[in-house]
Design a protein around this ligand. Structure first.
Ligand SMILES: [Zn+2]
Length: 195
């Protein structure tokens, strides 16, 4: 595990959070908040962060299942977990058994989202070498590339980041895209029907 690298990513994320101010959701225009910003970075929406409901909608996920997966995903990575710990402190949520617990409870109570679409089958393969790109940058670029595929098309990804063996399956589980095969550092991801 490359701690120095993770420390750098954590510092960058905290700086972004400190500069967030009264940022608005890129989907509905409502208040964004720091937890949703961290989730947006973790899911590849760093360029246009969204609130929890808009993230679930953009990914075509049922909100409760999405938030449950999101909690596991964020807490499994040093940088994102630190981002939620910062967010808890910032909002005065106090000491939680798990970072983001109160925010997740609040989010799961509000609104409804669309059902998750069935993944499509078939399609050709494309390839992307992500090198040692990691954390929010890896999934940001991954999301762009998967989105550019036709539904059912497959992207072959080569990712050397030490977190990729956990991040890529988790990202697929969260976004509804299908991880067909994982032989680190290579992964085959099939694009879902629509986003
Ligand atoms: Zn929103």
């Amino acid at each position: 595990m490359n701690t120095t690298e993770d420390d750098g990513k954590t510092d960058a994320l905290i700086r972004d959070l400190e500069g967030l101010g009264e940022a608005k959701c890129g989907g509905c225009g409502g208040d964004l908040g720091p937890h949703a910003f961290v989730a947006s970075v973790a899911l590849g929406f760093k360029d246009r962060p969204r609130c929890a409901g808009c993230l679930a909608d953009a990914l075509g996920r049922e909100r409760r299942a999405f938030l449950e997966h999101l909690g596991h995903y964020i807490r499994s990575r040093v940088c994102f977990r630190a981002g939620w710990e910062w967010s808890d402190r910032h909002l005065g949520h106090g000491k939680e058994p798990e970072p983001g617990a109160r925010w997740l409870r609040e989010q799961s109570g509000a609104g409804a989202s669309r059902p998750e679409p069935e993944p499509a089958a078939g399609g050709g393969a494309r390839a992307w070498d992500a090198g040692d790109m990691g954390c929010g940058d890896l999934v940001l670029e991954l999301r762009r590339r998967v989105k550019a595929l036709a539904p059912g098309e497959v992207l072959e990804v080569r990712a050397l980041d030490h977190g990729a063996p956990e991040d890529l399956p988790a990202w697929c589980g969260l976004t509804g895209n299908r991880l067909l095969r994982a032989e680190p550092p290579r992964y085959w991801i099939e694009r879902k029907k629509d986003e």
